[in-house]
Design a protein around this ligand. Sequence first.
Ligand code: PHE
Length: 349
Amino acid sequence: MLDRIEEIHDEGLAAVQAAGSTEELEELRVRLLGRKAELPNLLRGVGELPPEQRGQVGKRANEVRKALESRMAEARERLDTAELDSRLIADRVDITLPGDPLQPVGRLHLITQTLRELEDVFLGLGFTVMEGPEVETVQYNFDALNHEPTHPARGRTDTFYTSDDTVLRTHTSPMQVRAMQAHPPPLYVVIPGRVYRRDNDATHTPQFHQVEGLAVDEDITLADLKGTLLEFSRAIFGDERDVRLRGHFFPFTEPSVEVDVSCFNCNDGWMPDGSRCPLCKGEGWIEILGAGEVDPNVYSYVDDERYDPEKVQGFAWGMGIERIAFLKHGVADLRLFYENDLRFLEQFG
Ligand code: PHE
């Protein structure tokens, strides 16, 4: 009898030790200690044994039951931990991985990119950025800027009127007077924004963007304008660029100029193979904007004695953002900017 108990002990412990899962362990518990198992049966039968065996068999059988129970408890703990670990490893989520399915990341529209690039350049030169209304009064859009009643831009064939005295602004220049009314001199400001004209062809869209610039301070001359625009041209088109001013006319600047930048596609109008440069048409120069010294008459609309043309002078310019992007990236047709064709837009940025 005692030999059999020792066998149950040794086999039982070995089996518990070898159990590879909690299910296996449960089966073992039933087999070794369950109601029909040999050891409990044996314990229950101790009373029927001859009296001299009872003590020894009962004691040993009890010890073996306890040994098996405690070994099972240990095994249970070991297997629970191992199973939890493996479940944690299997279920692990790496939250640093990109989402699934991978979403394409968008990019800024080329016009926005160009706009921000221009703003950065002028912020670096000490200008601040302002914005203004796109629906503008005829007064700010034309009258304050010296447009004669007969000026062609005032016509309904050129300009979108929203009422008799309001228009979709045709340029960002009305912000010159608004900026001066909002801030005393010295004033160094750029004003980006949308403008509208009744035009639609490969080089004109009915809506486009401009960046107005305005600097008003003491002793400002055209040389300051030229220096500012030279810095700008080099930042945008490359360090080798030069600028030239050509006399022109705008009703609200005097003198007025058009500003050209030296062509960045050729050498003085000619390509290495001896053909004429297609970008500057052989000129060697590309027009980039209109500018001039603020006309003294414009200050009178500001109606602020600090803007006295005897004390302050200023320069202003207006450049087309589409035109800058178009030149810089060699875009064939301005309308491409607004057709939302991703094959075009995805080339930039
Ligand atoms: N507003 C003018 C235009 O749209 C450009 C300009 C701005 C000219 C400022 C001179 C000074 O053509």
